[in-house]
Ligand binder design. Structure first.
Ligand code: UDX
Length: 444
């Protein structure tokens, strides 16, 4: 099939590349000349494992091309995917300016049998908006479908190639059939292709992310409770996870969720609920708990040093909002770095991929280190934000030698509290107490 992919951001580039890899003829379109030129030369603007190789392979085979010519791409393709950015507006709702501009400018170039598919995360009702707008502009009905994406950064290629499910929202079953054909190569393991109304498809994306965010805020709140009551959240997690109704996934406590999806989607869903006269209490609480949780390392450091960090060197491991990405959007590390700088500390930071993005914000206020171990040189303490693989099994004796003070604030529970004490560290983690903690007896 011939596919135009409008928008070569994270979602557009991954989706377009994967469709090309399965034999489709994909034209990726963007208004950013420099980005398109870079992509033609094989320069990938984001870090995503496996993406670069796939782009090169499909480009060499002639199945993946890049252009700024929207009209020509739309004229040449039956399927037109919209994957432009929908950043949050001030009130938390999604800003649809880019999407609306694209719809208007591509309209005159759509083929008679075109299918316009929305891949961007858009508010419920956007599909209807595009459908009506195209009818108004062209005087005829154009097929408009919704196809939300569930890609995780850092695992996007694998998620696309082996989805748990594909969801499409359509008005006519025939359109669902065409899209099913497109996805068939990715559904070999009998994973479902689910067709529903455009509204339901649009909602599915938000509801999925809202529930996943809820799990994280829930477990973080429970972790904080465990800590106060002398429990260990890891044991509690195991204790509940074996109940098949609960399960283990997405119940790891930490420094709060970040990234381009969860924070934005939780707020957007709450904003939509308010627009419809509802009070989204759960979504508001999930967001609030998460904002508080992002301060968890700051609070622990504050408590440990009694609020005085002047002259202290604090090593920070992990700046990206999660491993295997260079993305720092809404990253909990930002909350920590702001605090450390405010308090007069010197952060010595390390991240395998995200340092340059952090440098764009903090410039030379931070010390950027080539290796995790280098970040520890002369440090009074270490704070861990992101669970990159290479932080899991460090050489503790080398750490002790390099560090000035032997204190670790672990926001991802990478180590065992008892072992850390044996290793000679003062160890703070999330929802766990060191040693066989005594709980407060019940008062009579
Ligand atoms: C998410 C969804 O998983 C994906 O389906 C959607 O399309 C986009 O949003 P992503 O933001 O890439 O993907 O990251 P994900 O791996 O889901 O993690 C999100 C955040 O939750 C990270 O900050 C991560 O550290 C945090 N998290 C995740 C936890 O704190 N605990 C967990 O148990 C799981």
């Amino acid at each position: 099939m011939k596919i135009a992919m409008i928008g070569t951001g994270y979602v557009g580039l991954v989706t377009g590349t994967c469709f090309a890899d399965s034999g489709n003829d994909v034209i990726c379109v963007d208004i950013d000349e420099a980005k398109i030129q870079g992509l033609r030369e094989g320069k990938i603007p984001i870090y995503e494992p496996g993406l670069s190789d796939l782009v090169l392979r499909s480009s060499e085979e002639g199945l993946l091309t890049f252009t700024t010519d929207l009209a020509a791409a739309v004229q040449a393709c039956r399927i037109v995917y919209l994957a432009v950015g929908t950043p949050p507006a001030a009130d938390g709702s999604a800003d649809l300016t880019a999407l609306k501009t694209v719809v208007d400018s591509m309209a005159p170039h759509l083929t008679d049998d075109a299918i316009v598919v929305t891949k961007s995360t858009v508010p419920v009702g956007t599909n209807e908006y595009i459908f009506r707008r195209l009818k108004e502009l062209l005087g005829r009905e154009v097929d408009v479908a919704s196809n939300p994406e569930f890609l995780k950064e850092g695992a996007a290629i694998e998620d696309f190639m082996k989805p748990d499910r594909v969801v499409v929202g359509v008005r006519r079953p025939e359109v669902g059939e065409v899209l099913h054909e497109l996805y068939r190569p990715f559904l070999r393991t009998d994973k479902p292709f689910l067709t529903m109304s455009p509204q339901s498809a649009e909602l599915t994306k938000y509801v999925a992310n809202a529930l996943l965010s809820t799990k994280i805020s829930f477990i973080n709140e429970m972790a904080n409770l465990c800590e106060k009551m002398g429990g260990d959240i890891n044991d509690v997690r195991r204790g509940i996870g074996h109940d098949q109704r609960i399960g283990f996934a997405f119940l790891f406590p930490g420094v709060g969720y970040g990234g381009s999806c969860f924070p934005k989607d939780v707020r957007a869903l709450a904003s939509m609920a308010r627009d419809h006269g509802l009070n989204p209490r759960i979504m508001d609480a999930v967001d609030e708990v998460n904002s508080e949780q992002k301060k968890v390392l700051k609070d622990k450091i504050d408590q440990h040093y009694g609020g005085n960090l002047t002259g202290k060197r604090i090593a920070v491991w992990g700046l990206a909002f999660k491993p295997r990405t260079d993305d720092i959007r809404e990253a909990p590390a930002l909350t920590l770095l702001d605090y450390l700088l405010e308090q007069g500390a010197t952060p010595q930071v390390h991240d395998p991929e995200a340092s340059e993005n952090i440098r764009a914000i903090y410039g030379d206020k931070l010390i950027y280190c080539e290796s995790a171990m280098d970040a520890l040189n002369g440090a009074d303490a270490l704070a861990i934000n992101t669970e990159w693989k290479n932080y899991h099994n460090p050489n503790f004796s080398e750490m002790r030698t390099r560090m000035n003070g032997h204190v670790i604030f672990d926001g991802r529970n990478l180590y065992e509290p008892d072992q850390m004490v044996e290793q000679g560290f003062t160890y703070h983690s999330i929802g766990r107490t060191v040693g066989a903690a005594e709980s407060e007896p019940l008062s009579a």
